[in-house]
Design a protein. Structure first.
Lengths: 643, 258
């Protein structure tokens, strides 16, 4: 038997031990390859992902690479630790350290190569299917399958170098140990747990401050707070796992009446050991899971946004201008011309909106004319409005506002012209998107509208009203090219501190294509990255358990001799496994929950949508997966320690 | 009055090669007796101890411990039986590394849900007898082998079991620590009237006992009782051992044949 044969047989005959490592490597190669296939797709240059640059994908790819490197490195270490007894025998028989390194290198190389080859094969086989899904999601005409050497080369280079480097590094960086230590295998220092009270408190304070900041975040403070929150939460989480948990457990241990109680003593003592020796791993798992949760949550939020988009933006094009807007005729004619050139049918409605002051609130109110509104409602096919003199109706600004306003009755006088109106109805459907009209918009009858001769009090400093042109276009998502010139001027102006243009333009089709492409990018990046992250987070725990299994078996053997009932064994196993599974996840869930509170606040400002339902669904799904995973591992674990 | 009765116990391990570890072995252990079981490797000592520990069941025969037949108990009852009636001392101590010395000692009581005051009282008493007081709050990794074994003995005693089972308790100790541990066991046996069954290879360890039982190939071989002097007892143990070691015991010595 040559040395190479020995390494080969080590791997083949210990297939079960190597399986977890192999599968995890395989999966990350698989995901990476599929992703590269998409990245090198020839039609990506034609911009099939809309206007979102390729940068996003590259960032995701790099994240994947860094993460899988870290993942392989960690698995390697856990793996070597678990096999230290085997290495001890080899060293005892007179194997040189150099030969041992070579053995590990050869084994890793073998597993690595096989997992790369199998991963790429699977990836290649599945990429056609994957392209099909992408095509459906992005609503593309076609996304043909292609063959090119780039994705293969990239995947092989990245992972082969990862396996080679990491196998060398992990051997190189294992501290010099004598043979006896190797024989003892899982030999951690069981000395007193060290923690610092100050750091334990600081950890909690950091996390709480981060949460409070997340709640307080608004659009203005997004960047400054955002960075601060990330730093606070990351440091806080690290301190939490390395100090706070130990501190809390030590509190429990100092109270005998709580601590010396049935199987609690064992579990608590065990937890402090686990926390002490795995705080870094828990920290990484928490951060990784938080990222995965954020990905999933963002996806859910975006899908709710896109599905609600149609409802919230019933109009294809909206042009809003001051009453003295000099570009009005020019722009409207241009828009009409472009629509006709494209052969899109449309219905244009023109609104003259006047601002008045309401005696009821002393604030300004935007007044629409009944016949203008009916013009648009007619094209929508919505029921028309009939108002008599003195009657008025609210225009809802969001879905929720319909209910709210329907219960309100307001008697008010439009002060400038002394017109009395009673507002006691609300139009039961959303007419304009919420970004266009103010929260105080009403419809009055044509007769009353004629009476509004005197302009708004604030005139001429404040605009006395505006002209609104709406284009109801049935095929609204085909209007992406209409009014591009106006659109660019508006979006450029938006970046300035003050908005000084006399007009404003909104193209629902164009905005939708932006949102859709962002959404699709997030979907692609998110699903794959989240899948890798979640799998990895699960594998970390698996490897850890695998490493300490021998030791645990012995422990349970002693306990069983001392008379541990089956129920107590299960209880101890539960108490042993649960924190490892659910503490990092719980903390990650809490982190992402607060991230989404911040996001919801932001979205409230930008668009009035709620992401609560989607988030609950998505997180519920994740929790269920984790519970299933927990029971799976628990089942395997109990069968192992029972006999 | 015998507290432990083993009647015609046979244990057969099924498997690819069927192996008869114990064959129709019978013995009785009296209340307050310190018994050593000796025999060469593979003679069935550990099997016997496992059967008494109730973690293994005999193929045939009966074990009666304190008027209870463990074979009649279900798993749950067995666990509670072990927890209350038996104490264990192992060769490699088997202290749990994450618990302190004190916590290791009280483990059997906590599992049984006893009040804290009782645990504290008993630990204090035992620690004094076993000279453990000064390192009660240390971890097992921070104490010496002798101290670890004394801790293990304290753990075996804390719940005042009917029988203490010791599996090579001196196997991992140096001669000084061995002597200390053995003297301790023998004084516990005398002062507390504790019943101890000890499996050992070591004739010196066996010489501390009241009676030594020899088994070979799973069958009863011989037994000898202690006399006035430990020296002569030790010598007699060695004599039996040399007989045990000889391949042709039970055969006629060739010199006596014509």
């Amino acid at each position: 038997m040559t040395f190479h044969q020995f390494a080969y047989r080590n791997v083949i005959r210990n297939a079960r031990i190597y399986a977890a490592f192999f599968l995890a490597s395989l999966f990350s190669v698989f995901v990476f390859f599929i992703y590269s296939m998409l990245m090198f797709h020839p039609s990506i240059e034609d911009g099939f992902l809309g206007n979102v640059s390729i940068v996003g994908m590259i960032v995701a790819e790099i994240t994947l690479v860094l993460f899988s490197w870290f993942f392989i490195f960690y698995s390697m270490k856990a793996f070597l630790e678990a096999r230290s007894k085997e290495f001890a025998i080899l060293l005892h028989l007179g194997m040189e350290k150099k030969q041992l390194s070579k053995l590990i290198f050869l084994e890793t190389f073998l597993i690595g190569t096989v997992s790369i080859v199998v991963g790429i094969l699977f990836g290649f086989a599945f990429s056609r299917f994957f392209f099909m899904i992408v095509r459906e999601i992005l609503m593309l005409e076609e996304l043909p399958f292609y063959f090119s050497w780039e994705p293969f080369l990239l995947t092989i280079t990245v992972y082969l170098s990862a396996f080679i480097l990491i196998s060398i590094l992990s051997v190189y960086f294992t501290p010099e140990r004598n043979l006896l230590d190797y024989f003892k295998g899982y030999s951690k220092l069981y000395s007193q747990e060290f923690y610092s009270f100050q750091k334990a408190i600081i950890g909690v304070i950091f996390i709480l401050t981060g949460y409070v900041l997340a709640i307080l975040t608004s659009r203005v403070t997004l960047y400054s707070f955002g960075i601060l929150i990330v730093i606070l939460i990351t440091m806080g989480t690290y301190l939490f796992f390395s100090h706070t948990t130990l501190f809390l457990l030590d509190r429990v241990r100092s109270r005998k009446s709580i601590y010396w109680k049935r199987n609690r003593m064992l579990s608590v003592a065990e937890q402090s050991l686990i926390m002490k020796s795995n705080s870094k791993m828990f920290f990484v798992v928490t951060i990784v899971s938080t990222l995965a949760f954020l990905c999933v949550g963002l996806l859910a939020a975006l899908s709710s946004y896109t599905s609600q988009y149609d409802k919230m933006n019933p109009l294809g094009l909206i042009y809003k201008g001051h009453t003295d807007n000099p570009y009005e005729n020019l722009h409207i004619n241009a828009l009409i011309r472009e629509l006709e050139e494209q052969g899109l049918s449309y219905h244009m409605a023109r609104f003259e909106v006047k601002k008045q002051t309401s005696s009821f609130t002393q604030y300004e109110v935007e007044v629409f004319r009944e016949s203008d509104i009916n013009n648009l409602l007619f094209s929508y096919g919505y029921p028309l409005v009939r108002l008599d003199s003195g009657e008025s109706m609210f225009i809802p600004y969001s879905e929720e506002s319909i209910n709210e306003l329907s219960q309100r009755t307001v008697e008010t006088v439009l002060i400038e012209n002394n017109v009395e109106v009673i507002i006691d109805k609300v139009y039961p459907k959303l007419i304009f998107p919420s970004s266009i009209i103010s929260l105080n918009s009403i419809i009055i009858s044509d007769e009353d509208f004629m009476l509004l001769k005197n302009p708004y009090f604030g005139y001429p400093e404040v605009e006395p009203g505006y002209h609104l042109f709406t284009f109801d276009i049935p095929q609204w998502f085909e209007t992406t090219d209409v009014g591009l010139g106006i659109y660019y001027r508006v979006s450029k102006e938006y970046l300035k501190e003050e908005y000084n243009l006399p007009f404003y333009f909104e193209n629902a089709g164009l905005s939708y294509s932006f949102i859709l492409s962002t959404y699709s990018l997030f979907t692609l990046v998110g699903i794959l990255v989240a899948a890798v992250f979640l799998l990895a987070a699960g594998s970390f725990i698996y490897f850890r358990l695998h490493t300490s299994l021998e030791f645990e078996k012995k422990k349970f053997d002693v306990l069983k001799r001392m008379g541990l009932t089956d129920l107590e064994l299960k209880k101890i196993v539960n108490a042993h496994l649960m924190p490892q599974f659910f503490l990092p996840w719980g903390v990650a869930l809490l982190h992402s929950l607060f991230a989404f509170v911040a996001l919801q606040n932001l979205l409230k400002h930008i668009a009035n949508i709620s992401i609560v339902k989607e988030l609950i669904l998505a997180f519920g799904f994740l929790v269920i997966i984790q519970i299933i995973y927990f029971y799976l591992i628990r089942w395997r674990y109990i069968t192992h320690v029972r006999d | 009055m015998p507290i432990l009765r083993i009647q015609d116990v046979t244990k057969v391990y099924e498997g690819k090669v069927t192996h008869r570890a114990l064959n129709q072995l019978s013995l009785e252990v009296m209340q307050g007796e310190f018994l050593a079981v000796m025999g060469p490797s593979g003679s069935g000592k550990t099997t016997l101890l496992n059967l008494i520990s109730t973690i293994d069941k005999p193929t045939s025969g009966e074990i009666i411990l304190n008027d209870v037949k463990p074979s009649k108990l279900n798993k749950q009852e067995l666990a509670l039986f072990r927890r209350r009636e038996l104490g264990f001392v192992f060769q490699d101590f088997n202290l749990l590394p994450m618990l302190t010395v004190e916590e290791n000692i009280i483990l059997p009581l906590t599992l049984d849900g006893k009040p804290v005051s009782l645990m504290e009282e008993r630990v204090a008493k035992l620690a004094k007898i076993l000279d453990l007081t000064s390192f009660l709050h240390k971890k097992p990794s921070e104490i010496s082998g002798g101290q670890a074994q004394r801790t293990a003995i304290a753990r075996a005693l804390i719940h005042e079991p009917t029988v203490i089972l010791a599996d090579e308790p001196t196997g991992n100790l140096d001669s000084n620590n061995s002597r200390e541990v053995l003297e301790l066991l023998s004084s516990i046996n005398k002062e507390r009237n504790a019943t101890i069954v000890m499996v050992t290879h070591d004739p010196i360890a066996a010489s501390f006992c009241d009676r030594v039982l020899f088994i070979k190939d799973g069958e009863f071989f011989n037994e000898i009782y202690r006399d006035e002097r430990r020296q002569t007892f030790f010598q007699r143990i060695l004599n039996v051992l040399s007989l045990l070691g000889g391949g042709n015991v039970g055969d006629l010595s060739s010199i006596r044949l014509p």
